[in-house]
Design a protein. Sequence first.
Length: 122
Amino acid sequence: MNILDGASSSEQALINMSASKKIPVNGSIEVSPLFNMNCDMCYVRLSKQAMESKGRLRTADEWLQIAGQMKKAGTLFMLLTGGEPLLYPDFRKLYLGLKKLGMIITINTNGTLIDEEWTISI
């Protein structure tokens, strides 16, 4: 399967140009290893206690600083993933900050935390 299958001609042109100039057009941020389900196939999932024993989550400002560097390098598409990214305490701040940078955002979520408040505020 070709990664450009199903891409529009403008998307193909953007990806081809970026590849030829070695510009990282897409990136991903694993905002949190926390997860609200217990899926057997998940290799990222940690409990809050296990995560805290290994360190801490980056702040939204830290992620936005990294994303700013990625943007300067040419990144346009950003994937937010985890665990469950909607469990990240400053998810809205991070999401809105990435939008302000002009990034096109995709969120890998199981969708169980999306409610009317999410759809109104984002």
